[in-house]
Structures are given as C-alpha cells and as structure tokens.
Design a protein around this ligand. Structure first.
Ligand SMILES: *[C@@H]1O[C@H](CO)[C@@H](O)[C@H](O)[C@H]1NC(C)=O
Length: 344
C-alpha cells in the first residue's frame, strides 16, 4: 500500500511532462503553404517568415560531408555581423541549385548600355547565357538609347531579354546618376510581386565562370577588386561631410562595387530609392560625390549591412593580374579605352 503512493505520483508527473511536451510540439508545428511561406499553427499572431529564409533540400540528395573544422584559411568567409562572404570552395553548387530549383525562383538582371557602351552588350548577353543562373528563370532588362542596335542573342528557354529605351546623355556621370532612379521605377512598375531577386550589373563586363544561387541573399554587395587588401583609410569613399554619401574616417567595412549589387527585389528597391534621393538632394546643392552612385551605395551599405557579400571573384578587372586567393574569376570588367567610349 505505502509502495503505491510514490508510483502513482511518478505516473502523474510523467503524464504531466508528456502533456506539456505534446502541447508545445503542436503549438510550433510548421505547415508549408504552396507559396513557400510558412505559417505557425494555431497561433495566428506570428504570421509568416519570408520564403527566402526557409531552405528545403530535396529528399535523397547525396553530397560530400561538409566539414566544420576544415575549409578555406587564406580568406575570410564571414563578416563581423555574420554575413557569409562567398568564395570558391565555400559552397556546394549542386546542393544550392536543388534548394532554389524547388522554390522556382525568378532572377532579374539589369544593365545600362547607353551610347557607345552598347558595344559591350553582345559579349555580356552571350556569356550570361553560359554562366549566369543557368537553368533558372532569368529576365534581363537592357536600358539603352539605341534600342535598334541591341544584338540578337539566342536565349535558352525560360530566359528573356527586355529592352527599355532611355534618353541619351552628354555626360557619363549623368547616365550613371540616373541608374538608381531607373532601377527604382523598373521595380515599382514591373517587378514587385513578379520576380524574386535582382542583380544590377555593369555592361562592360563578361562572365567567365558560374554566377548562380550561391549569390542569393537579402541585400548582396560585391567587394571591389581594387581595394580589398587595403586599410579603410585608403578606400575612395566620399570624404566631404557636406555630401550625403559622406563616410567618416575610421568608418566603413569594405569598399563595394557600384558595378554589381543585388538581392531581394524589396531590398534593392529600398537601396535604389535611398541612393537616388541622396544623390538628387546632393545635386540640388551642387554636390557630386567622388564616385557618384558607387559612393552613395557604399554609404548606404555602411548603415544597412549586406546580408551576403560576394568576393572579388564576382567582379574582377581584366587588366588586373589574378591574386592567389582568387581561384576563379566569374565576372570581370573588360579593358577599355575610356576616351573612346565616354561622351565627355
Ligand atoms: C514557376 O513560376 C512560373 C511563373 O509564376 C510559372 O509559370 C511556372 O509554372 C512555375 N513552375 C513550377 C514548376 O511551379
């Protein structure tokens, strides 16, 4: 009789633990809706998590075991705010592609081929067919003042080319200045809720290697190939406090390229809108930042930290010798004669 009391007590405690366990499991069970947006059930106050952050691998996928102790040691592959820095050998492209293929993502790329820059478009488009998000839905938007000179490049299924006419300009700085405005408007008028990711790229460049799903992220910046080994005091930020692109001495993480940036449509919209406004407010006061939109982009990304950073593999310069940490050049600016192509 006196043995039964502790046993009963034990059973009651076990039942209690079991109840709490089942209850909490039910509360946090996920249900994936068709849109890829996950919803918590049954508590409706936590509505959704962006599909960007929910990565589902296909069943039965086999790949090399990732190591937690071995990897690249010659480069840094994470920032102090814990954003990944993408270098060759830090990712598994087959795994990433299969995750994003399931999500049926669509990727937009914009390029500006104004004036004589149209001469670079053919190589850009042809190499994009070979290397840029191959196998995914891709829309390339070309802004140009010479729509009749856009080359005919055969695009694979699921990929399209869209030509958007823009007025000519007499100063290349002005062409560069209007880029943010045109990107902002393109997103508002054509892309919101229609595409997932966007990359804004320089046309006077060619792809030489894969640029794919490893580059996807919320806000994506590319490290400029010219300054990545330098102290921040040598970065060519805008240094005059009167400009809205001002970066103070002792501030700044990296020097990012104006020639390639991207991310989720909503993030890039925010960036383009902010940079455009700061650019225009500066212009009203007669101020032009040291490197125009690149300066404003760098100022923006000092405050709004990119969630993914692409190494200089993603925008090299053809005239630069390859450094040993650059194991592959994926995208590179072609050697050009500025005097021959710029209007001023
Ligand atoms: C992917 O999305 C496009 C555009 O929304 C749609 O037309 C297509 O059917 C989708 N494909 C799959 C496999 O769901």
């Amino acid at each position: 009789m006196n043995k039964l009391v502790p046993i009963t007590l034990l059973v009651v405690i076990l039942l209690g633990v079991l109840y709490v366990y089942i209850y909490s499991n039910n509360r946090f069970r996920f249900k994936l809706s068709d849109t890829g947006i996950s919803q918590l059930e049954p508590s409706p106050q936590v509505i959704f998590v962006s599909s960007d952050f929910h990565l589902v691998a296909p069943d039965g996928m086999k790949y090399t075991q990732p190591s937690i102790t071995q990897g690249r040691t010659d480069v840094v592959s994470v920032t102090p705010w814990l954003a990944p820095v993408v270098w060759e050998e830090t990712f598994n492209e087959k795994l990433l592609d299969s995750i994003y293929m399931k999500k049926n993502i669509s990727v937009v790329a914009t390029v500006f081929a104004v004036g004589k820059y149209i001469m670079f478009l053919k190589d850009f488009l042809e190499t994009a067919e070979q290397f840029f998000f191959v196998g995914f839905r891709v829309s390339i938007y070309v802004f140009t003042d010479r729509p009749n000179d856009v080359p005919h490049v055969k695009m694979a299924e699921g990929r399209q080319l869209n030509v958007l006419p823009v007025p000519s300009s007499n100063r290349w700085q002005e062409i560069s200045a209007r880029r943010m405005e045109l990107i902002q408007k393109l997103i508002e008028e054509k892309l919101i809720n229609k595409a997932d990711y966007i990359f804004c790229l320089d046309v006077d460049s060619k792809f030489h290697g894969r640029w794919g799903t490893e580059s996807l992220g919320g806000l994506v910046a590319v490290i400029h190939p010219g300054y990545y080994r330098d102290d921040r005091s040598r970065f060519p930020y805008e240094r005059r406090p009167i400009s809205r692109a001002f970066v103070a001495p002792g501030d700044g993480d990296f020097y990012y390229c104006g020639g390639a940036f991207g991310g989720l449509i909503q993030e890039v919209h925010q960036l383009a809108k902010t940079c455009r406004k700061n650019f225009e407010d500066d212009a009203k006061e007669g101020i032009e930042a040291a490197w125009q939109e690149e300066s404003h982009l760098n100022r923006y990304m000092w405050t709004n930290k990119p969630s993914k950073i692409l190494s200089p593999e993603y925008l090299w310069q053809d005239f630069k010798a390859r450094n040993p940490e650059i194991k592959i050049i994926r995208f590179s600016g072609v050697v050009k004669n500025y005097a021959a192509i710029r209007p001023n």
